[in-house]
Design a protein around this ligand. Structure first.
Ligand code: DON
Length: 565
């Protein structure tokens, strides 16, 4: 062999070794792997219950119903029947759809219901207590899904949650801390002690027999077991005693809506996400399509250039969100224009690598503070390849804190997602306008972005997260991590994150973020805020590997867990 051939052979061997080492490393950094089916959710009990249903032969939709109700019992901070949510699905044959079971404004809700006589927002009214509650949608949503796609009897899907409520849930340290943190507001809001108002420690067991009874009623009476009869009376009495406006008519009239998902291409991938009343799909489309021509992977991940590009796309999208988006049953949303390449490149004309755009020059606004909050997301893939992506919420932690004592569950504070007054920020600092003003029976604008991704006509990824206004940007970063930076699912969900939402005009960073990027960003005029955001989002996702196996990404920021077989 001559010298040149020897060099060539050695080079090829070295390259192969390097490739193998990179592949080995990647394999090691993978999350939980399963061959057939998987559930990733905020709680081990809930993931297991969903999985058991699929082991019995149930599909992803059956597993969804069981997982959702198991979260209600085991994760009361966000799991709910007193709230609402969104589900995006993709069947193994590629059919897609989205269900909106978002809360609705009560019939007697009015535009100015949170303003005082001087026209100022009474800020707590939409956040805590009985007036903050929207008409819950979760049970209507679960029954709609079960009627359309379920293969296992509803009784079998509800029973595990009933057992869990009767036998009790062992709480984790994070749960004990969070419950203790809200003890005072539980008492203030409810004007009496409630089940959760105790000093809790990790390892304590919480039994909720009254919730088990509520679930029994739902099991025998169907959705009427919640929206009519005893449970409805419990809700209405409790809410009205505390000065709220929800009536039996509100509950009886609640309806879900099937909606067409927002579908768009990002490079070679098809992204399927939630349409209005979520802002998630449109904002994701805007941001990803804005950055697409820049070929982001040429910049180091989480470097200042990378952050700058994403922030500028986010800033522009959140400014549009505030003005254009609301419940599509009440407002016309120019979705096609907002997501067209022409419009988006126009929007980026003011972008300059040498200087931060000022949000005040894009539009107007001001900002108040944040509160700690909770929502929850879970992702499911079944053995046939059907997938569901579900984000469900009470809005804030334990919602309005109003606890339906006789029914054993919390009610949401979703009314705060409306724009109480144009230009006045809500608890996530989000500003809204007329499109998201309060009207009877309207649905409040959301950021929840359950998303599914398809590559070459095959399922690639199922993902979503809680996090209020940071939901969209968290989902976005996970999409980029996996599609552009080839991270494993677990690596991706674990990576430190950042967030910009137009107003306040600053970039929020998780406390774990590499701080060396701060100074170059500050030099360009970006404001850096690390004060309030210990964590941004809590992503639970599933990635389909090239060989068909499933990799779970369970966010280490919580107690989240992937289960599969
Ligand atoms: O629908 C929304 O956008 C909010 N209600 C979500 C709240 C949330 O994610 C709180 N969790 N961290």
């Amino acid at each position: 062999m001559n010298k040149i051939s020897l060099l060539l052979v050695t080079g090829i061997l070295l390259m192969c070794c390097r490739k193998n080492t990179i592949q080995d490393k990647r394999e090691k950094s993978r999350g939980f792997i399963a061959e057939n089916a998987m559930v990733v959710s905020a709680k081990e009990e809930a993931s297991k219950i969903g999985l058991d249903i699929m082991k019995l032969g149930g599909n992803a939709f059956d597993a969804m119903v069981a997982t959702d109700l198991a979260l209600l019992v085991s994760y009361p901070v966000a799991g709910n029947i007193g709230g609402g949510g969104f589900m995006v699905f993709r069947m193994a044959d590629g059919t897609t759809g989205a269900l909106d079971y978002r809360e609705m404004a009560p019939i007697s809700a009015t535009k100015n219901m949170y303003l005082d006589q001087e026209g100022k927002v009474v800020s707590d009214k939409s956040k805590t207590g009985a007036l903050a509650i929207g008409v819950p949608g979760t049970i209507a949503g679960l029954f709609e899904i079960h009627n359309k796609f379920g293969t296992i009897s509803i009784e079998k899907l509800i029973q595990p949650a009933i057992n869990l409520a009767n036998n009790g849930v062992v709480i984790t340290l994070a749960q004990a801390k969070r419950l203790n943190q809200h003890k005072v507001s539980f008492r203030n809001v409810n004007q009496r002690r409630i089940l959760y108002d105790k000093q809790w420690r990790a390892g304590d067991t919480i039994k909720n027999p009254l919730l088990a009874k509520t679930l029994e009623r739902i099991k025998t009476e169907g959705r009427d077991g919640f929206y009519k009869g005893k449970t409805a009376d419990f809700i209405v009495n409790k809410v009205q005693n505390l000065g709220g406006i929800i009536t039996t008519e509100d509950l009886e009239n609640y309806n879900v809506k099937w909606r067409d998902p927002i579908i768009f291409n990002y490079n070679d991938h098809k992204i399927i996400s939630m349409p209005p009343p979520s802002s998630g799909g449109i904002c994701l489309a805007q941001i990803l399509k804005t950055i697409e021509p820049f070929n982001i992977s040429q910049y180091k991940h989480n470097s200042s250039k990378y952050i700058q590009l994403i922030v500028e796309a986010e800033r522009r999208s959140y400014a549009d969100r505030a003005y254009f988006l609301g419940d599509p049953d009440f407002v016309d949303i120019p979705t096609d224009s907002l997501t067209s390449n022409k419009y988006l490149s126009q929007r980026m004309k003011s972008f300059n690598w040498n200087k931060a755009t000022k949000s005040s020059e894009l539009s107007r606004g001001s900002f108040l503070g944040y509160e700690s909050d909770e929502t929850t997301h879970y992702s499911i893939v079944d053995h046939k390849g059907n997938s569901v992506s579900v984000t469900t919420t009470l809005n804030g932690a334990y919602g309005s804190k109003v606890f339906v004592d006789k029914g054993g569950f919390f009610l949401n504070n979703e009314m705060d997602d409306f724009s109480a007054k144009p230009g006045t920020p809500n608890m996530f600092g989000l500003i809204g306008a007329e499109a998201n003003s309060i009207v009877a029976k309207k649905r409040m604008l959301s950021s929840m972005s359950p998303t599914i991704i398809e590559t070459n006509a095959k399922l690639k990824m199922v993902l979503g997260t809680p996090g209020g206004s940071t939901i969209i940007t968290t989902v976005l970063q996970n999409i980029i991590n996996v599609l552009d930076y080839k991270m494993t699912m677990q690596e991706s969900v674990s990576k430190p994150r950042f967030h910009h939402q137009w107003f306040p005009d600053n970039i929020k960073f998780e406390t774990s973020f590499d701080t060396t990027v701060f100074s170059p960003l500050k030099k360009l005029g970006y404001k850096v805020d690390t004060s309030n955001f210990l964590v941004i989002g809590k992503t639970d996702a599933i990635l389909v590997l090239p060989d068909g196996r499933l990799e779970g990404g369970a966010d280490p920021r919580g107690d989240d867990k992937a289960e599969g077989f």
